[in-house]
Design a binder for this molecule. Structure first.
Ligand SMILES: Cc1ncc(COP(=O)(O)O)c(C=O)c1O
Length: 396
């Protein structure tokens, strides 16, 4: 064996994610980037001031492995203020490197060789590789456009003695749907009396358009077997800070921390202190998130109203889906990856195709994802370029 050239990859099918690829392409071509989910507007200056204060106050060395005591207390206060249950920050709350690390550590904590874990496609891309690295088998259940609802009967058909984990994502990226109370009851019925843990990826908990968030944390049964995952990146518009957290019952938290302490170990001390100061000084800041994003989504929808795209209003997340199948001619016949290529090359707009979120993309997928977490000018420019392009090309 030639080393390292022939060294067997543990994830042979994994390349650079579609998000990174599209952001790179957008930068190279000077395209308007409404692809990857990150804000392009400045953060709250009061939050920036908290970082300066944190560094000056000496929060510059290793933070505790499970997260700063003060930040965990502030998170528990915020959870209660948002109508959540009482969480013990000592035994049920762990600060992680973004929501991603909570998801990874939770998966490593409960999935092992010979186990199976269920995810729903289109799925956020971090789940499947983490399950396989843990030695498990990932079972993908497709959700069908345009409603993308979970078929719980279908879930029952794939359960086995080996099932150890079900991963749900609510609100759902990229489907932009939110789960109902009935969905959580169905899930509870499925896992009842079985050794199955749940990861509820709830990083968009506050990005919901007029609906109440249904959290596993508040469900009388699911709370006892779930890792609920959150992200300050999403809630405070600071995706680059990489600070998230996981709420789980003490036994699951203990196992998650065993992985976390040898993976991330602990999270940037000044950033934890800054978020803690911010939550203490501005305890209601997160309440503005839903109104803020509703305005962004509605702006994008109105500016795309003459584009010929079908735009089922997003129920939650940073995103809005656009179905281009009604466009006439060649454009309407392109698959979603080709359509995305054309948009970036010919219209100067980067979006994300939906099929890479599926293990087996449904035939004829004609949907792309646009990010609404952008300055109004970015959304207006992206919509103008898309509309001009679709109108010029439709029917040709
Ligand atoms: C559904 C979903 N889960 C998890 C994450 C990761 O969150 P973080 O950036 O805090 O790691 C994202 C980020 O885009 C996401 O969309």
């Amino acid at each position: 064996m030639k080393f390292p050239e022939d060294f067997p990859s543990k994830l042979p099918d994994v390349g650079t994610t579609i998000f990174t690829v599209m952001s790179r392409r957008a930068a190279e071509q000077g395209a308007v980037n409404v692809g990857q989910g990150f804000p392009d507007y400045p953060i709250d200056p009061r939050l920036a001031a908290c970082v300066t204060d944190a560094v000056a106050a000496g929060f510059n060395q290793y933070a505790p492995m499970e997260g700063s005591v003060a930040l965990r207390a502030a998170i528990a206060t915020k959870i209660a203020a948002a109508g959540g249950r009482s969480v013990d920050p000592e035994t049920e709350l762990t600060v992680s490197c973004g929501g991603t690390e909570s998801i990874y550590s939770a998966i490593q904590a409960v999935v092992g060789a010979g186990h199976e874990a269920i995810v729903f496609d289109p799925a956020y891309d971090a789940y499947d590789p983490a399950i396989r690295l843990a030695g498990g088998r990932c079972i993908h259940i497709p959700l069908e456009a345009p409603r993308f609802r979970i078929d719980w009967d279908r879930v029952r058909t794939v359960l086995s003695e080996r099932t150890r984990l079900i991963v749900i994502n609510n609100p759902h990226n990229p489907a932009c749907t939110v789960a109902s109370a009935a969905d959580l009851d169905e899930l509870a019925g499925i896992v009842r009396d079985r050794p199955i843990a749940v990861i509820a990826d709830e990083v968009y908990e506050h990005v919901q358009y007029g609906r109440a968030h249904q959290s596993v944390m508040n469900h009388p049964e699911l709370r006892h077997r779930s890792f609920a995952v959150y992200s300050f990146g999403k809630t405070l518009h600071i995706t680059g800070w990489r600070v998230g957290y996981c709420v789980a019952p003490p036994t699951l938290t203990r196992e998650l921390r065993k992985v976390h302490q040898f993976n991330a170990f602990s999270i940037a001390a000044p950033l934890q202190a800054a978020i803690c100061f911010y939550l203490q000084r501005h305890p209601d800041a997160w309440r503005e998130v839903a109104t803020f994003f509703t305005a962004k989504r509605d702006l994008l929808l109105s500016k795309l109203s003459r584009s010929g795209l079908a735009l089922p209003p997003a129920e939650g997340t940073y995103f809005q889906l656009a179905d281009y199948s009604a466009l006439g001619g060649e454009l309407g016949r392109c698959n979603d990856v080709e359509f995305t290529e054309r948009l970036i090359n010919e219209a100067g707009v980067a979006v994300i195709p939906l099929s890479p979120f599926y293990r087996e993309p449904p035939a004829g997928m004609r949907i792309v994802r646009l990010c609404v977490a952008k300055r109004d000018e970015t959304l207006i420019e992206a919509a103008a370029r898309i509309s001009a392009y679709t109108n010029q090309r439709a029917g040709t």
